[in-house]
Write a protein that binds this ligand. Sequence first.
Ligand code: HEM
Length: 413
Amino acid sequence: MTAYQSDRLGWLATNRDRFGDVVRLSSNVIAVHHPELVHQVLAQTNHAYTVDNGLRAGRRERLEQQAHVAEWMAVRREIWSAIADQLTIRHAERFTARVTDELTDLTSSPFDLTQACRRLLGRALTDFCAGAEADPSRLETLAEAADSLFGTALQALLSHEGRVGWWPRPHAREAVRANRHLLDLLEELIRRRLPEGRPEQPRDLVDGLAAGVAAEADLSKAVSVLRSVMFASHGVPGAAQAWIALRLAEHAELSAAIAAEPDADDRYIGAFIKETLRLHPPQWLITRTTAERVRIGGYEIDRGVEVLLCPYLLHRDPRFWRDPERFDPARWLGTGQPHARHAYLPFGAGPRFCPGSQLATAQLTVVTRLLARDYRLKLPPVSEVRATTNGLLMPESVTARLVSVDPRKEVHA
Ligand code: HEM
């Protein structure tokens, strides 16, 4: 465990190369590396495998969580239908104006890349959820509550305090408090919208959800959908954007090609985003727990074993990709997949596939296009950037400078 903690990716890769595609790391943890086997685990989730969250303590919580799977799958269906194309397009239009202001502010002085990107994309998500709110301070309070939940939940996950049932869990308690606060804000938000009736076209997710509220039970479902969206998407898109910024700065010729692409065409920018998510998947590790005795790659695995799946290693495995270490968006422009089956999963796969993948891609497209077109980024080369694998794969302590190509748009401190 000490070796794993000091270099998680290196350690997983070394042991995959030594022992093969199914590796037992300890009596109750295994890692699985072959895309077909990874797919098998993800496809059987909710039955043979469970998804645990970082706040679980032990067997009892795990069983309770299992009982909530059907409820969660219903919430997921709501999320899918709520993130409709029209709403995403409307939000992208509104968000383009807001993000321009945010980026202009960033030209005033150097900033921490990851923090700024997390803030930017966190605000994008808040706008998607509640952007029709007239009072901007309400949106800010909401964004801060979601940030706080993300931060405390990550802390609870990283502390491993839940592994021993009787151990005190201060971080989990903090996360539960932050969760309650966010739920209260969201409930208040939806209640305030209810009297407005059903708008012809929902302006944001709250409009879409409020339209379906006829009883208290509907209200709590709507709050639950909103909370899940806000929680799951605070942090991950920001990490993705930080990597995109680093790659944009490093490949000036690709950045110029994106800047030249017309708005209606997102083929090139889409390839750039896909390639960045390949080499830098924020969710570099996906975990499952066996809910029964299973067979993986010819091995019998007991119930209650944690299974580690590593998109990062899968995305860089020369058995499944040509020239995998090379950053080459053009690999996505041909016909057909540039990789072996199931070897690309920045958004996961199977019944728990990310329901926000389209929305996230739309938001990343807006920010990336503006960055490529109107700004120059001053950043170190990717090879010199340290990445943290604490929770998400994120650039660590990178100072950025943003320069406007139009000097009149610069803000000077
Ligand atoms: C670049 C941005 C994003 C990436 C790379 C990403 C990646 C992922 C991945 C890999 C999973 C699956 C985790 C697992 O299988 O255990 C996931 C789940 C999820 N994502 Fe995303 N995500 C992104 C943005 C978003 C956004 C914007 C939303 C907002 C709707 C969202 C909502 C969710 C939810 C609700 C889940 C949980 C699904 C479940 O457990 O059933 N994600 N995401």
